[in-house]
Design a protein around this ligand. Structure first.
Ligand code: XLS
Ligand code: NI
Ligand code: NI
Length: 441
């Protein structure tokens, strides 16, 4: 049975195409910076937003029209797998991602939930045999069910900690079974509402213990995926422990996990933390911790995780700039942790939204590579720090200076000379490169 009858395979038709069901900029085979676009961008579809989501919001019921919704329970779960692989094939996308509860319904006990998972995982494994689409990452949902009302690995209740551990144990087994490249931890309930009833030290220590146990279990079963923490500063809790990359890195170092994890960076989480997307990517990159990306964007006027499909070319360009400088994403990818708006409820919108996001990142890749090839920003940055390449600056960097020498140097200075930071020129240069990309130059 076909779930997307009206849609054919999406192909690259170039920027002059008027066919909405075609890529205008994403050409999987085109080589940019020595790799094909497909290899560089490693796009993934988020199962939850595309096949499980009903587009409800806190004020309104779901609006999504999905042909699989006529089914129920395990039949619905199976229909979603069929629809998903038809979607992956038609979109020509190399990866997908899921939480346990996206693919299989929870049963009335942990045992039954695991059985449901086993049968859907077997079905997915079968579909993967005939498909080029692989599993970028999986994770478990330790936040929706009422048992996680006071947290999961940072809960006040040891039974909940055990339950959360059992779910992650199963998640690691599922990841191994399906050959996942990565395993993600987003701590939806790992935080607190108020300090008035919270033992923060115990919660953080427990979280550290939990991650260490997960690493040990993955080693024990020979699951060699890259482990990723996905920081988010707030929502659903008002204080999330993995606030941003910097605080996540401090946490990893304290609990002896820094060489075991990298970060999965989500654009909208960065903006919620008061950072730009490129700030989070850059912070991770310069510390060797850039693992994967949840590609979406926030609404500039709203203060929550709106998970919009990324269409802002300025943002995708600066993101791809970081990713190229990172040498690509390694085992990570660009997972569209993004949902169509509530008003975009037809099945076709799922394709149109992914096409928009894939084209936006393809433009970002092309423009960022050109900026690097032409040394547009690198030269400016290098010049700006030239005082550290010789003389007293070099001594500081080499570690051969001290406060006495620095005082001697400062005492001899008549005046300190500054150069312009050229911020407006830099922005104009980026605009020029973006516009040249539109013109196909
Ligand atoms: C929620 C998160 C979530 C993670 C996976 O805000 O982005 O979707 O990516 O648990
Ligand atoms: Ni995410
Ligand atoms: Ni999110």
């Amino acid at each position: 049975m076909a779930y997307f009858e009206n849609i054919d395979k999406i192909k690259y038709e170039g920027s002059n195409s008027t066919n909405p069901y075609s890529f205008k900029f994403y050409n999987p085979e085109e080589v940019v910076g020595g790799k094909t676009m497909e290899e560089y961008l490693r796009f993934g579809v988020a199962y939850w937003h595309t096949f499980t989501e009903d587009l409800s919001d806190p004020f309104g019921v779901g609006t999504a029209q999905r042909s699989w919704d006529k089914f129920d329970g395990m039949d619905l779960a199976k229909a979603r797998v069929e629809a998903a692989f038809e979607f992956f094939e038609k979109l020509n996308v190399p990866y997908f991602c899921f939480h346990d509860v996206d693919i299989a319904p929870e049963g009335s006990s942990l045992r039954e939930s695991n059985q449901n998972l086993d049968s859907i995982v077997a079905m997915i494994k079968d579909y993967m045999k005939d498909s080029k689409t692989k599993l970028l990452w999986n994770t478990v949902n330790n936040f929706t069910h009422p048992r996680f009302v006071h947290g999961a690995a940072s809960a006040n209740n040891a039974d909940v900690f055990a339950f959360a551990a059992a779910k992650v144990k199963k998640g690691l087994e599922v990841g191994k079974e399906l050959g996942a490249e990565n395993y993600v931890f987003w701590g939806g309930r790992e935080g607190y509402e108020t300090l008035l009833n919270t033992d923060m030290k115990l919660e953080l220590d427990n979280l550290g213990r939990f991650f260490n146990m997960a690493v040990n279990y993955a080693e024990e079963i020979g699951f060699d995926a890259q482990f990723l923490i996905e920081p988010k500063p707030k929502e659903p809790t008002s204080h999330q422990y993995d606030f941003d990359v910097a605080s996540g890195y401090a946490f990893l170092q304290k609990y002896d996990l820094a060489d075991k994890f990298k970060f999965n960076i989500e654009a909208n989480h960065a903006t919620l933390a008061g950072h730009t997307f490129e700030h989070e990517l850059h912070y991770a990159r310069v510390n060797g911790l850039l693992g994967s990306v949840d590609a979406n964007q926030g609404h500039p006027l709203l203060g929550w995780d709106t998970d919009e499909f990324p269409t802002d070319l300025y943002a995708t360009t600066l993101a791809m700039y970081e990713i190229i400088k990172n040498g690509g994403l390694g085992r990570g990818g660009l997972n569209f942790d993004a949902k169509v708006r509530r008003g975009s409820f037809t099945p076709e919108d799922l394709f149109l939204a992914h096409i928009a996001g894939m084209d936006a990142f393809a433009v970002g890749l092309r423009v960022a590579q050109k900026l690097l090839d032409d040394n547009v920003l690198e030269g400016i940055v290098k010049d700006r720090y030239s005082s550290f390449y010789e003389g007293i600056g070099k001594e500081i960097v080499d570690g051969t200076s001290d406060f006495q020498k620095l005082e001697q140097h400062a005492l001899q200075l008549d005046e300190i000379k500054h150069e312009s930071g050229r911020l407006e020129l830099i922005k104009a240069n980026i605009n020029q490169y973006l516009l040249k990309a539109y013109a196909g130059e």
